[in-house]
Design a protein around this ligand. Structure first.
Ligand SMILES: C[S@@+](CC[C@H](N)C(=O)[O-])C[C@H]1O[C@@H](n2cnc3c(N)ncnc32)[C@H](O)[C@@H]1O
Length: 258
């Protein structure tokens, strides 16, 4: 869609990484003209492909352009900032909740990752409209990002809101939150980092509670070792609205990296 390299690539970690189980499903939703324009204008500055080929320096990423594709005329690099907390959000969808949280907490940088092109355009557009400088958008599989591109102890938090529930038994292996994922995330997450998950799919909530509670690198912030009350900082997301509309109960989980 962006053959001149000014936008997200179709499959950034493509053939140079072994076949892996994907936790996302292909979606063919249309990119609107507004989203396309935002991608063209802002991707070179605030977006990056998750190609698994390089280590990302988070302080640099948030200090200036993310894409590094050459033209820096549209957004001048900001002066170097003190190291700030960076929170990774996996699967931001259309990005409304991400933009909301970034605006509410300008002292935290949000590394927002998804494979969904319309959502990437939408989040970039929202960030520009709201004057947010603390959001960067990664295109590709968060597994590759965690495994290949983030330094140990570089993240102050992890957010996974309404990940694809993969309800059929034969698809359970595609669920994101499982022990192997938690092993991977434990590397970039620093001690004390908060891991915040939410889902409206009860069997997945049970799985999340089970695997997080059973993993030695994480501890439940809740005294009763159960689900957390919904934290005020988490806005309602688009998928949450749909789940609630179907009568689903929403569960939040708040764990801490030991
Ligand atoms: C069900 S949607 C939820 C979106 C949003 N959080 C919300 O609540 O509205 C899950 C999102 O996670 C993304 N996703 C799933 N696995 C991913 C992965 N491994 N890396 C990046 N994004 C992923 C999907 O593309 C999808 O946009």
């Amino acid at each position: 869609m962006f053959p001149d390299g000014t936008g997200p690539s179709a499959d950034p970690a493509g053939s140079h990484h072994e076949r892996r189980i994907r936790s996302f499903q292909p979606r063919r939703s249309r990119v609107t003209s507004g989203q396309r324009a935002a991608l063209r204008r802002l991707w070179p500055h605030w977006g990056f492909d998750i190609d698994g080929l390089r280590r990302i320096e988070l302080a640099e990423l948030f200090a200036g352009d993310a894409g590094g594709s050459g033209d820096s005329s549209a957004a001048a690099p900001e002066p170097a900032r003190e190291a700030r907390p960076v929170v990774l959000e996996i699967g931001f969808g259309m990005g409304e909740a991400t933009a909301e949280m970034a605006a509410a907490d300008p002292d935290t940088d949000i590394l927002a990752v998804d494979v969904h092109t319309p959502g990437q355009g939408n989040l970039l557009r929202l960030a520009e409209e709201r004057g947010l400088t603390n959001v960067r958008v990664g295109n590709g599989d968060a597994i590759i990002l965690l495994r290949e591109m983030l330094a140990p102890e570089s993240l102050a938090g992890l957010r996974v809101y309404f990940p694809d529930p993969w309800p059929k038994k034969r698809h359970h292996k595609r669920r994101l939150i499982q022990p192997e994922f938690l092993d991977l995330a434990a590397g970039p997450l620093r001690s004390g980092a908060l891991v915040h998950c939410a889902t409206d799919w009860e069997p997945y909530a049970e799985q999340m509670l089970d695997v997080l509670s059973g993993h030695p690198a994480y501890e439940n912030t809740q005294l009763d070792s159960g689900y957390a009350p919904r934290p005020a900082i988490r806005p309602r997301t688009r998928f949450e609205e749909q789940g609630v509309g179907k009568g689903h109960k929403v569960r939040d989980l708040l764990f801490r990296r030991r």
